[in-house]
Design a binder for this molecule. Structure first.
Ligand SMILES: *Cc1c(COP(=O)(O)O)cnc(C)c1O
Length: 812
């Protein structure tokens, strides 16, 4: 695509769409104009990709996830289309800054954190690897709440992300399906002597899909992320006259539950789950039927992935359609279901394992409940005599009046994977050991990954430039080629160039911090970053205790030889998570205390940036020197911000948890700061019940002093929250062993402090982190899913022989 051509097209489209010239248009109008040129350019490939999958009878995977967290799509689509530089320059020549247009786009936040972001990294990689795979989820009217701080407290505001429309989605009315809820169901013999369900009462809603193109990186492949929105079917308009009646329906796709580990608003949540499961499975089966094959072969054409347990009802819904509507026998349907379904477990925290009460599921989706009951009955019957009775009792789906969704997902699928080596091992040896005994071959590991291009080429253009100049550009499409950078670990020019790029990013972040917080931070300080959801197990509190320790050290000895440090936090707390909100308040008050204390001579700053989301992550990560990954060992299934930060040359300070272990294996012990209890030691404490946090408090004078600051007025304005945190640590015996890891953490931080001051060594460590990040590309991860779990194969760009699109870039 040529710049001149683009400029002419842009002006023409702006005139057609808004009857305007560039000089009159707002950033939003310009953004929409650009968006419409882009979607028009890839829509043909989108259609073609779909047709190719159908014509070539490609097996396709469907990734069911109750959350997607794509962030902004403008620049990422431009990059993948091969347009980024041309468009940026062409716009510039018209006096338009691409950055200003990117500002306008709302950050699409239909997810809470890691789980949803993983789903979106996968969408990018699946398309970029030319794999036939699509997303299936919910189009929430309101995304994750926007976070503000008022008086240091988190305040939640609604995220009205659709207010100005959405350039990337297409409403596909023709692909709508009906979803039935509630009422009574009983079985009756039909004309062919088959038991069929008869429904009484309940209500039906229409699920309308909104499709978003998932543009592959320079390969002319455009897959689909299909998000479902609820509507009242025209035939039912009369039933829903009042605003309240309509609201009950509309609520179904209104809000994302702002918590990925505890469930609330339970009935609505369950209804959301059934809604997108039923709509997705129905539309897949409708497509399959059009292909004209018998159901016997469906597993050769369709793979359905259950991302965490929220879509676990896929198992029962798939069964329902096969046996109730397609006259497939139970036994045959069950065999096919297992072959089609696969499941990813994302947590080992018992309180996050999803369960539903029988009455609630009967109320929301009675036929699904009946099917689950029958699956459970047959499971017990089939296992009796094969497995010990107590094992069967522990693994069956329905126990004590509750439906265990993980059990349903494992029993009803052929693959269960964890998301990092340690996590997958713990699933096998502890959390899901009973299932592992029964189905050893179903268990496997797929370490998470990140969309490498977004987190480097888009977020960190200064580093990308250095990399491209040093090792060429092959790493852009082959992430593992970033390894060539290892050849330059002794090259001072490269080391300096990377350090210069980092410095540039820090200058930018410092300006942003000044703008939004009014805090002066020096780009020469160490930027120490902890960004992730606020959760007790992630231990933001441990970070804070160390900050307090440094503060006291400096108060005592203002000449202390520490390199100046800026501690940067980004974290949302679930609105109902009281403790997490107290930690936010306390961090904000510590920030006030430290940032306004002139006596410490700017050696310490604490910055809590509000409203952590993908866009903020893209600002912070390129500027990070230190990556805080300090969860209690065994609690973080994988983590992915650890990978993003590593890729951007931050040095990790970490416990041996989740993918941190694999990061250590990749960079070597000398290029990461590991500390703290191991998973084995944590489990030993659990077994021996001999952890005693008060002892640590009483015996460690540093800890004593730091903790007292929470309740003795040293940290102002936290009378209540300080006490609450103190109680969690002492009265409730410190569930996440914060005090136990404190001393080791301080030592590791001191190593960081010293290494940073050895500038050359630090630059080398940083380079080695970047060079070894390739293995964490989600391109890699999805290829493993494709080969081992879904059995789908890459397609080659349909028009690669057509000349025009040979290089994977798009024509206007
Ligand atoms: C990557 C990412 C996460 C996940 O962070 P973890 O540290 O792995 O928990 C959460 N939120 C956003 C916005 C992200 O980009």
């Amino acid at each position: 695509m040529e710049k001149t051509e683009f400029k002419a097209k842009f002006k023409k489209r702006l005139a057609e769409k808004f009857a305007m010239e560039v000089s009159d248009a707002s950033a939003n109008e310009l953004y929409q104009t650009l968006g419409s040129i882009m979607t028009a350019a890839y829509s043909q490939d989108w259609q073609q990709t779909w047709q190719d999958y159908r014509d070539q009878e490609q097996k396709q995977a469907y990734y069911f996830s109750i959350e997607f967290l794509p962030g902004k799509m403008l620049k990422s689509n431009l990059l993948n289309m091969g347009w980024l530089e041309t468009v940026e320059e062409a716009l510039q020549e018209m006096g338009i800054s691409l950055e200003d247009l990117a500002e306008v786009e709302p950050d699409m936040a239909l997810g809470n954190g890691g789980l949803g972001r993983l789903a979106s990294c996968f969408m990018d990689s699946i398309a970029s690897c030319g794999l036939p795979g699509n997303g299936n989820g919910i189009r929430y009217e309101y995304g994750l709440f926007k976070q503000r701080f008022v008086d240091g407290y988190q305040v939640e505001l609604p995220d009205e992300w659709l207010q100005k429309g959405n350039s990337w989605e297409i409403r596909k009315e023709s692909k709508a399906v009906d979803v039935h809820f509630g009422g009574n169901v009983y079985l009756q013999k039909d004309g062919k002597d088959q038991l069929k369900p008869v429904y009484e009462g309940g209500y039906t809603v229409r699920a309308v899909p909104y499709d978003t193109g998932m543009v592959g990186y320079k390969n002319n492949i455009v897959n689909t992320m299909r998000l479902w929105s609820v509507e009242i079917p025209a035939e039912e308009e009369d039933r829903y006259r009042s605003i309240e009646d309509r609201r009950v329906i509309e609520d179904l796709t209104s809000v994302l539950y702002p918590d990925d580990s505890n469930q609330e608003g339970r009935k609505l949540r369950l209804s959301q789950e059934y809604f997108f499961v039923s709509a997705g499975v129905q539309s897949i089966l409708r497509y399959y039927k059009r292909l004209g094959y018998s159901f016997d072969q469906i597993n050769q054409y369709i793979a359905i992935h259950i991302n965490d347990t929220h879509p676990a009802m896929c198992v029962a819904e798939f069964m329902r359609i096969l046996i109730d509507e397609e006259d497939v026998s139970w036994e045959k349907a069950w065999n096919l279901t297992i072959k089609v379904m696969s499941y990813t477990n994302h947590t080992i925290m018992a309180e996050a394992l999803e369960k539903w009460s029988i009455p609630m599921m009967q109320e929301v989706c009675p036929r699904i409940y009946q099917i689950i009951e029958e699956i459970d009955r047959r499971f017990v019957k089939d296992m009796t005599g094969v497995q010990p009775a107590d094992l069967i009792e522990r693994t069956r789906i329905i126990q004590n009046g509750q439906i265990h969704m993980a059990n349903l997902a494992i029993i009803g699928s052929h693959s269960t994977n964890g998301v990092a080596k340690l996590h997958s091992d713990l699933l096998k040896s502890v959390v899901l050991n009973d299932f592992y005994v029964m189905y050893p071959t179903r268990f496997n590991n797929k370490t998470n990954g990140i969309a490498q291009r977004r987190w480097s080429q888009l977020a960190n253009r200064s580093m990308t430039k250095v990399l491209n100049e040093t090792i060429g550009t092959s790493w852009n499409s082959h992430p593992e080629d970033i390894r060539f950078l290892m050849n330059f670990a002794e090259d001072d020019k490269v080391l300096d160039a990377l350090a210069e790029a980092k410095h540039e990013n820090k200058v930018k972040l410092a300006a942003y911090i000044k703008k939004v917080k009014g805090i002066d931070v020096s780009p020469d300080a160490i930027f120490d970053v902890q960004i992730k959801r606020l959760h007790a197990y992630k231990r933001q509190l441990l970070n804070l205790l160390h900050i307090m320790k440094l503060y006291f050290d400096l108060k005592e000895n203002p000449k202390l030889a520490i390199h100046p440090r800026v501690f940067i936090f980004g974290a949302k707390a679930a609105p109902s998570y009281h403790y997490a909100k107290s930690v936010i308040k306390v961090i904000n008050e510590v920030a006030n205390l430290i940032n306004n204390d002139a006596s410490i001579d700017n050696k310490l700053k604490v910055v809590f940036l509000a409203n952590y989301n993908v866009t903020l992550a893209e600002r912070i990560i390129p500027a990070a020197d230190v990556s805080e990954q300090i969860s209690l060992a065994s609690k973080e299934a994988s983590g992915t911000s650890n990978m993003k930060l590593m890729l951007n040359g931050a040095v990790t300070i970490a416990t041996l948890d989740g993918a941190n272990i694999e990061i250590r294996d990749a960079v070597g012990d000398e290029n990461i700061a590991i500390f703290g209890l191991t998973e084995t030691e944590v489990y030993r404490y659990y077994q021996e019940h001999n952890y005693n946090s008060s002892e640590l408090y009483h015996n460690d004078p540093v800890l004593h002093k730091v903790l007292n600051a929470f309740v003795d007025g040293t940290i102002p304005n936290i009378a209540f929250e300080g006490q609450e945190i103190m109680d969690s640590l002492l009265k409730y015996n410190d569930e996440f062993f914060v005090l136990r890891d404190f001393a080791a953490y301080c030592d590791a931080q001191e190593t960081i402090n010293q290494n940073y001051q050895d500038r050359r060594r630090w630059k080398q460590i940083s380079l080695k982190n970047i060079a070894n990040a390739g293995r964490f590309s989600s391109d890699n991860t999805v290829k493993r899913y494709a080969e081992d779990i879904w059995q789908i194969e890459p397609v080659f760009a349909h028009n690669s022989e057509k000349g025009a699109n040979q290089h994977g870039t798009y024509l206007l």
